[in-house]
Design a protein around this ligand. Structure first.
Ligand SMILES: Cc1ncc(COP(=O)(O)O)c(C=O)c1O
Length: 491
């Protein structure tokens, strides 16, 4: 309505520039009304999300089945736009029926509460809407990314290196796999896969599923991923790796990469990096360490020994959005090479964007190292949080998470009906909840079948699977054991 009135007024003015019925010098939208909408929406965000983030009296989620939720929410997009009042109501509804991932009782594996600094960083970047491809478009965010990558490299223990922030650890793993293959046969960039020998890579059977995805996506093929046996703690057995590399060679295939995991997804196991690095050096294989989960232990002087040998890796994936609480997504691929390998592998040298004759140092146009064109400034939320807490604050976060995990382990041992799977070395605490009806039963196939049957549905899966504990939720998790809500004791 308001814009329509403005259009009439503009048409009456002599200076209206009219092209194909469009007034080019008229208002695109009513900015005053837009600002008011932002202000009111921010108030809702503040009251309904931020202020309630750590309020245990609030619900984690007002759960509705999909069909019901479809009816509650007005999902239809119509020819005519809705008024602000309706839109604000929609915002309220979206918040109301969404999961409050910062809630202290939200026990999902990825989350650990709210970090206010990274949240503000996200607000800023959402408002500025930058894209980190060239320095002229994102001067601050490119420098921030450079500073954060430099610091992360220091913690890995490399003297120099390179890196790029990506949308996820899975993507970082994919980047690393492709980079290792490029290093193995640089001509692949132009010639493609035809004419290549059968390339084979190795990772542990406890690796993250992104390995399989990346192998299929990149045309390596999942059959060419050799999954190496793990020990009883879920760590890759180096002797098995050696055997499989030799087997691959005997088969006439070309081994090129080993992906070790530092902090496996389920058990939280750390592969023996030094021994794996020895094998990689012996056979000339690229060593990638998927430290998406466990990488944050590098910040802790007490727990960094878990990643002993990581400095020998050629590349590392590390997600500050996990244990350190930087908001999703905040994931870096870090590379030891400092000769421009990342850029050589990924660049397309688009002349319209990455001109070489700009008025500033074009080495800051780092976007050509990425497979993306538009890219979010994910490093910024980690940077602001790091600035706010300092390295010691981040270190405390890691130490606290591991201390909470230890505390939970001791509580599990004391409580009837809980069975610890193994002593954790990280923040993954894996245990079984045995319902009273099964507690007297003898251990055997029938017991396990029944336990699985009785197992979890939906939100209760923490009672029979593995629970990854990070910072605050661990304590609240303990409290919730007192009264396992919704768990039918007799079942
Ligand atoms: C060991 C490991 N690697 C990779 C990933 C994937 O990370 P993202 O969810 O950021 O893609 C995960 C996620 O849990 C993980 O645990």
């Amino acid at each position: 309505m308001e814009v329509g009135v403005c259009k009439q007024e503009m048409l009456q003015k002599k200076n209206a520039v009219l092209v194909d019925g469009v007034i080019l010098n008229g208002p695109i939208m009513d900015s005053k009304a837009g600002e008011k909408f932002v202000e009111e929406a921010c108030k809702i965000i503040m009251e309904e999300v931020v202020q309630k983030a750590d309020d245990v009296t609030e619900k984690v989620c007002e759960w509705q089945a999909p069909e019901t939720l479809k009816q509650i929410l007005d999902l239809e997009m119509r020819d005519t736009g809705e008024c602000h009042q309706k839109l604000l109501q929609l915002c309220q509804d979206v918040i109301r029926y969404s999961v409050k991932t910062s809630h202290p009782r939200f026990f999902n594996q990825l989350y650990a509460g709210i970090d206010y600094y990274s949240l503000v960083a996200r607000f800023i970047t959402e408002a500025l809407n930058p894209s980190v491809y060239t320095y002229e478009v994102s001067p601050v965010f490119l420098l921030v990314e450079e500073a954060v990558i430099k610091k992360m490299i220091e913690f890995i223990g490399w003297e120099e290196g390179d890196g790029i922030f990506n949308p996820g650890g899975s993507v970082s793993n994919m980047y690393a796999m492709n980079l290792a293959r490029y290093k193995f046969c640089p001509e692949i960039k132009e010639k493609g896969l035809s004419g290549l020998p059968r390339l084979v890579m190795f990772t542990s059977e406890e690796c993250h599923y992104s390995m399989k995805k990346a192998a299929s996506f990149l045309g390596i093929g999942t059959e060419n991923v050799y999954f190496i046996r793990t020990d009883e703690r879920g760590k890759m057995i180096p002797e098995e790796l050696e055997k499989q590399v030799q087997r691959a060679r005997k088969e006439g295939s070309a081994p090129f990469l080993v992906c070790a995991t530092a902090g496996t997804t389920v058990l939280g196991a750390f592969d023996p990096l030094d021994k794996i690095a020895d094998i990689c050096e012996k056979h000339g294989l690229w060593l990638h360490v998927d430290a998406s989960w466990g990488g944050s232990a590098l910040i802790s002087r007490k727990h960094c020994r878990l990643l002993r040998g990581i400095h020998r890796a050629d590349s590392v994936a590390w997600n500050p959005h996990k244990m350190l609480l930087a908001g999703i997504q905040c994931c870096a691929l870090l590379v030891k090479d400092n000769s421009g390998l990342l850029k050589k592998c990924y660049s397309a040298e688009a002349a319209y964007l990455f001109q070489q004759d700009k008025f500033y140092d074009v080495s800051y146009d780092t976007g050509d190292k990425s497979i993306q064109c538009s890219r979010r400034p994910d490093a910024f939320k980690f940077w602001l949080m790091w600035k706010a807490l300092g390295t010691t604050g981040l270190e405390e976060r890691v130490n606290r998470a591991l201390a909470l995990a230890r505390y939970l382990v001791e509580e599990i041992k004391k409580r009837e009906g809980f069975q610890l799977l193994l002593e954790p070395e990280f923040a993954n605490v894996c245990f079984w909840y045995i319902p009273p009806s099964l507690r007297e039963m003898e251990d055997g196939p029938e017991f396990w079948q029944k336990l699985h049957q009785n197992g979890p549905t939906g939100a209760l899966n923490m009672f029979s699977g593995s629970v990854k504990l990070i910072c605050l939720p661990a304590l609240n998790l303990l409290l919730s054991y007192e009264k396992p809500q919704g768990l039918s004791e007799g079942s």
